[in-house]
Design a protein around this ligand. Structure first.
Ligand SMILES: [Zn+2]
Length: 76
């Protein structure tokens, strides 16, 4: 099930310079690395990680809470 309105996904999309979540997904759907964001409530750190990353290490807050934009959107 897609979740294109997730607040973290919207934050990630905007930080990557996209106005629309759909455009972001279209550009990164086939990527070998894709933008990811920290899911911690008090942290919006972003980095380029594997498309299926669900628990990547966040360099900003030290938690294993980095998720790729494709995972947040429900595409993977
Ligand atoms: Zn973090």
């Amino acid at each position: 099930m897609f979740n294109l309105a997730h607040p973290k996904l919207v934050t990630l999309v905007e930080s990557e310079g996209y106005a629309e979540v759909a455009d972001f997904l279209e550009d990164h759907a086939m990527g070998s690395v894709v933008p990811a964001i920290c899911m911690a409530p008090d942290c919006d750190h972003t980095a380029d990680l594997e498309p299926d990353q669900r628990a990547g290490f966040c360099e900003a807050c030290g938690r294993a809470s980095m998720k790729s934009g494709l995972v947040i959107a429900g595409m993977i």
